[in-house]
Every structure is written in structure tokens, then in C-alpha cells.
Design a protein around this ligand. Sequence first.
Ligand code: 3HC
Length: 697
Amino acid sequence: MTQRIPRTVSLDMHGDILVATIDNPPVNALSHSVRSGLRDAVAAFEENDAARAMIIVCAGRTFMAGADIREFGKPMNEPLLGEVIARLDRCGKPIIAAMHGTALGGGLEVALACSYRIAAPSAKLGLPEVKLGILPGAGGSLRLPRLIGAEAALSMIGEGRQVSAEEALANGLVDAIAEGDLHRSAMIFARRVIEEGARVRRVSDLPIPPHDPGVFASARAAMAKKFPGFAAPQRAVDLVEMAMSSPFSEACDREYATCKELLSSPQSRALRHLFAAEREALKIDGVSADVRPRDVRKVAVVGPGTMGRGIATSLLNAGLAVVLIGLSDESLGKAKAAIAKTYENSLKRGSMTAGEVEERLGRLTLTRTYDNLLDVDLAIEAVTEDLSVKADVVRRLDDALRDDAIVVTNTSFLDIEEIANSSRRPHNVAGMHFFNPAHVMKLVENVRASRSTPDVLATITALARKLGKTPVMVGRSEGFVANRMLSKRTREAQFLLEDGATPGQVDRVLSGFGFPIGPFALADLAGMDIMAAARAARLSRMSEREKACNIVDRLVAAGRLGQKTGAGYYRYDENRRPSLDPEADSIIAAHRQERGIAAREISDGEILERCLYAMINEAAKILGEGAAARPGDIDVIWTSGFGFPSYLGGPMFYADQIGLRNIKAALERYSALVGREYFQPAPLIEQLAAEGKGFYG
Ligand code: 3HC
């Protein structure tokens, strides 16, 4: 049977210049057809005596964005990328890569195997393989340091950092930046190369540039600090060090072997799973791809408190005009001062210019009234977490806004249906649950109400993306997904203290698992008064044991509000460095005694399982209720918002690695130990475990 290969590489002669155009939407990934097309293009170029130089360009939005991730884990058809790149490298005539969009991974490796590189001014170049838990496998980690030096290459390969065309020109990664049209500039560049003798310049022939051998040890330490728990960044340093001391062809083989080995590692599987899940999360049930989001240029934010300020800052950062509505000039003034302070810090850090700060603040209007809101396209309420207050704001917005404007609630715990029902236009109401600080936190839980129209859902998705956030659509559920799951972990962490664990032990176990911070250190950071208020808000819905487990209130009563008062679960010095505190232990011990609970030795394994499995069990209930559409959405929520280590793929992916039968057995064990009301396996876990399946099948 003959294999039909789609034509993704076309060739055109322009005088003595051959132009190879790659057209493989959406991102010109190096699929099999592109690899074979490129190999054939080089052969055609070599056979064609009239062609003196060849340009490689891409159609569509970007230069090749790397190997085709969809082919990973499947048998690869020849030619492999390494062969194609070797073929480009061996070519006896000059090839010029003309890059626009994002030249990434294998795409940049193709460019590195060409004699010359020219980039559009807006192009970004990078080797982001490390973010997929792998490393370049087609010469990137060998050619890049030869071209730009070990240090610059280490940050691009080990951190996956992308560089602008300007930086690439400065460090020698590209030879020129296009002026005006990229194709035209590439033709002019090629003409000059021909006129200067059509010289071939192989990066693989460049001498290894001099470098400080100490650079590798510092890179290892820096990567360990920046990416704790991740394997690939460390291996990247090994690879670049090896590349700087080995003959090219030997280094090539070792690089490929490393890439292959990492490709089958659990970390890479988890990170690739998340790459797909993040994109899948943008596909929303009931919203077809052709639904166009509404135009949003001006946004009203009601409520100038902490959340409102953060949301307003985020909107200003994304170039939108913002009207901030508050009850008093004083609260509005405070909000403006806080926003200005955030910008002042950016100015001090050098991440913003004075002109940018002025321009952003110039787009902010403060008002105490709902007048003149007819040019507002969307309003976000961020007022007190009280249904009657929110309903009142929604009604006032109904009166003040155009009929087609969208009303968004930032509620964390209230019922989205009740809020939507307080509007005369519930089809134009939805939720955007930002996390504090809203201008920093990536995650936004977008919330659909039963009558939100598809274009409203598309609009809040597009808006969150515009703000640089990771939006995940969730449904009606108390606390939505992230906080609902977190509340189960918080409950178990508290119960564990009652049972005999210490804050230090629980934090050590959870940060050892990979969370950036343990629950008790986090509580100290957030403030015990905040934790106590959150607890008070949920008290009526708590079990008897939860109600009685009031260690938080005891700490507040003792004036231990966390870092801000120098003591909470831990004691803090003047530099806010924590140490274990016997006083906190005594408060916990007194609580146990009053409750008549005898402390027992708790193993690290029990701590980890109770905290994680309580969350996973809740997630299974959320999925079963349809409040999250897919397990992948929950993985994205927890890795992008709540510090679940991404190299473990998120709680649902992790659960599948443990096996749902094992999880169910552990849940049964803790049902007997802690109580059935806390650990009874969710129906979905029962069902999947019985079928021998996981959340992902
Ligand atoms: N292979 C296959 N599909 C890819 C892809 C790739 N390398 N990169 C992106 N896509 C797909 C996405 O899955 C998405 O598909 P969908 O529409 O079905 O959801 C579509 O292209 C568009 O992607 P985005 O939604 O991410 O579009 P953006 O415009 O936001 O971003 C991008 C574009 C910057 C290219 C981003 O997709 C990206 O960072 N891609 C990954 C790049 C990468 O990691 N490259 C290295 C690959 S590994 C490699 O090259 C190994 C080599 O060294 C041997």
C-alpha cells in the first residue's frame, strides 16, 4: 500500500534562489510530512545547479514550533528529525532560515542547522523542550552554545527561556532582523550571501567558545532553586557541559539518547499531559469553535477592596480601560494608591517605564456612582461575599449597563445561580473567580451559570486569556473546584494536628511531596484572622468534629495571627524566617486535652495520603456532579493555581499513577480510622475502581 504524504513543503524558484515554504497548520510542527518534505527540499536544492541559495520560510502564524508533540510515544516514521537536520547541515550550498512567530524546539534546531538565520522583529526563539520534561534531541544543545556561548545557552535550554529577535541578534543567534516584510528581507539577505560567494557556514564546525567551567555548577544550583523536583533542567546542564567538551558527532548521539530517555520518563509524561490538558481546557462544552467572543474594551470593577484592586490592575496591564466603582472617596483613593504602589515597585524593578505607568493609570477612572456606564462592555463585581449585597450590585448594573453588556461575579463560595437570577438578563451573567493577588495569580475559575449564553462563556475565556491567565470553566458547586478541594485538605491537616502530628511535620511532608509551601506555613502567610473568618463563614455547614476542631480560633485568641504578628503555627524573626515554636505546640496539646484526644505517632505516609486522597475523593465527587467537565481541567486548576507539582501532572493524573483501586482501599482504611463521612469513596471512584479504570480511562 502506498502511503499518501500530504504536501506540506512546497518549492519555488525566484531567479537563483530556491524558497521552501512549510505549511502545516496550526503551528508548522515538524510532523512526518514536514520532515520528509524538508529532506526532499535539500535534495532538490543540491540537484538544481541554477539554485545558489535556499530560504526556508513558513506560512501561517509561525515558523516551526517544534517536533510534532502528537507523534510522541508512537513509533516514529523516518526520516527522524536528527537525520533531516544532519542533511541540512551537510548541504554544500547556503540555506537561510527566515523566522517569524515562535521558532521553537525542533523548529529552532532546523534554523540552527542552516548557514544563516534572519528573524522578523516580533519573532521569539527558544528551546522549550524542558517544559515538556525533555531536552532538545536534534543538535540544539550542541549548536546553540557554539553559537551564543555556554552561559546564554544554559538559560535557554535549562529554563526554556525564549529570546526576542533583538536579543538573538545581540548574542549571535540570528544574523539579521528583517526590515519590513520577512520574505522580502530574506530574499535581499540571500542575494547578498550569493554576491559574497555563497559561503556555507556550519554551526557544527564552529569552535567551542571559551567559557568559565564554574558556570555549570552555578547553573545546577540555580536550576535546583528555580525548578525544585524537576529532572530535565539538571540534565540540561549535564548535556551542555558534555557538548562543550565532546566531539560534535559523539555529542549528537548522546544528546539524542538523553532526549529519548527523558521522553519515556514519568515527569515528561506528566508535563505533556498538562500541555494537552491546558489546551483542552479552553474547549468549552456547548461552545463551538465558531462562537465569537464579544468585544471587551472597557470594564467596570465594582468593589475597590483587595480583589477589586488586583482585578483592576490585571485589566489595566492588559490594555483595557477600567472604571472602578466604590462606596466612598476614601476607599477609592486607597485602591488607587495601592495600584500605583504596585506599579511603583515594577518601576523600581525596571520591569516598567515611567511612561508605561502613567499610561496605565491614565486608563483608570474612579467613581462612586453607576452613572455613565453605557460604554462599558463587561462589569466584574468584587464586593463583600454576601448574597444580598451582590444581588443589589447586579441589579444596579442591570440598570446602568447596555443590554448586551456582561455581568461577571467574582464570588468564591456563593451560589452562581442565585446571583444570575438576581439579574433581569441572567443569560449575560457568569462568574470569574480570581485568586488573590489577582494581578499575579495565573488561575481563573470561570463559572458558567445554567443560562449563560455560549458567547458570554467565550468572552470570559477570551478575556482571561487576554489578561495572561489560565482560565478553566467550572460549574455550580460550593467553592467551585480549587477551594472545594482545598477545604478537604485543610480539614485533614487540622484533624492531623488533633491526632498527634505537628505543623512542622505536616508541612515537611507536603512540601517534600512538591507543594511550594505547606498548609500551616501558608496559613501563617495568609494571616490567621483570614483563616478564622473563612472558617466562621463555613461553620454552619461543618461536621461536629470540624466545628470542635478550632485550633485556628485558639491561635487568634492568643494573638498569633501568623507572620504579621511574628507568630502563628511557627515563630518568625525580624526577617520573617520561621522556626518551630513550643508555644504553638502547647496550644495544640491543650486543645487535644480538652477534646479528650490522645496524641499518637502519625507516619509521613498517613499525612500524605489523608491530605491528598481527601482532595482526590472530593475531585471525583465534583466530576461526578459535572461541576468540572474533565479530569484534565482539575489538573490544570491545581497545577496552575495551587502549586501541585506539574511534574506529577496534577491530582487526577497522580491518582491514576497510584491506581484507583489503591486509592479506594486507602479511602476505606481512613473511613474506618477518621470517619466514613470524611473518607467514604466517591461513587465515581467506586465505579472506576470496579471497572479497573482510572480517571483517564
Ligand atoms: N506539536 C503539535 N501540535 C502543537 C505543537 C507541537 N509542537 N505546538 C502547538 N501545537 C498545537 C496545540 O496543541 C494547539 O492545538 P489545538 O488547537 O488542537 O488545541 C494548536 O497547536 C495551537 O497551539 P496553542 O493553542 O498553544 O497556540 P498559541 O498561539 O497560544 O501558542 C505556541 C503557540 C507558542 C507554538 C505553543 O503552542 C507552544 O508553546 N507549543 C509547544 C512548543 C514546543 O514545546 N516545542 C518543542 C517541541 S519538542 C521538540 O521540538 C523536540 C525536538 O528537540 C526533538
